[in-house]
Write a protein that binds this ligand. Structure first.
Ligand code: F6R
Length: 240
């Protein structure tokens, strides 16, 4: 894993944008895997700026999001599709037909997982953007998820519910289940970019980079990827 240590969140976002832009520029029809959460928000602002101020076009980009809460859709401001529209998709010229994200309100969630998995199998992600959970999760692949997993429904751990409750009025409102891309599908991306900032990520970053490659830390598998880049600030690197 290639590690790029930067001073702070602003530098992390700028570094991530420059890597993102190099992938976008290398293809006439780039396929990007996006993550939600706070880690990529600065990157998304720079992509919006690139479209609004620099006139860059993203109309030929296809997107795949990592995950979605079960039970939420775009009408909920806590859904991941809402997050993506609000932070990125509504501000650039991406074609809505090219946006892919698991449907959290599908009547049959197992069937929806299979549909999304088949879609991923028929595509090839050029760049997968990831945040990392404080417990080492990637997507919603919690500790002890098999490395062989494909898109599936997960029960969120108490730690993840606790971490994500900051976005909800009340911890009781945090959904208990999600649909997530599996670890195999994440690893199939040609390039992976992991973003980590803040002291609360230091232990997870240490386990990912220096700990054993083990299902107890899902992110540790990323060390086996031929082209994975971690961009992390000084706080997130403080235990390395
Ligand atoms: C988001 C996702 C999660 C987050 C992770 C870090 O789509 O799949 O794995 O990337 O929980 O979240 P933040 O960036 O909010 O610290």
């Amino acid at each position: 894993m290639n590690i790029v240590k930067v001073k702070d969140y602003k530098a992390l976002s700028e570094e991530a944008f420059s890597l993102f832009k190099s992938v976008i520029s290398a293809s006439s029809a780039p396929v990007i895997g996006f993550a939600t959460g706070s880690s990529p928000v600065g990157l998304y602002e720079l992509i919006c700026y690139d479209y609004i101020k620099n006139g860059a076009s993203y109309k030929d980009m296809t997107t795949f999001n990592l995950d979605e809460y079960v039970g939420l859709d775009v009408s909920s401001d806590q859904s991941y599709i809402y997050f993506m529209k609000h932070n990125l998709f509504d501000h650039i010229d991406v074609n809505p037909k090219n946006i892919n994200i698991p449907n959290g309100i599908a009547p049959d969630i197992e069937k929806e997982c299979k549909r999304y998995s088949a879609l991923l199998a028929s595509s090839s992600i050029d760049l997968q953007i990831l945040g990392i959970g404080a417990n080492g999760h990637i997507g919603f692949n919690e500790p002890n998820t098999p490395f062989t997993s494909t898109t599936h429904k997960v029960k969120l751990t108490d730690k993840t519910i606790q971490d994500n409750s900051r976005f909800f009025d009340d911890i009781e409102q945090v959904p208990k289940y999600a649909i997530t891309m599996g670890i195999t599908e994440i690893m199939n991306a040609k390039k992976i970019l992991i973003l980590a900032n803040g002291k609360n990520k230091a232990k997870a970053v240490f386990d990912m980079v220096k700990g054993p490659v083990s299902e107890s830390c899902p992110a540790s598998i990323l060390r086996r990827h031929p082209d994975a880049v971690l961009i992390a600030d000084e706080d997130a690197c403080s235990l390395l």
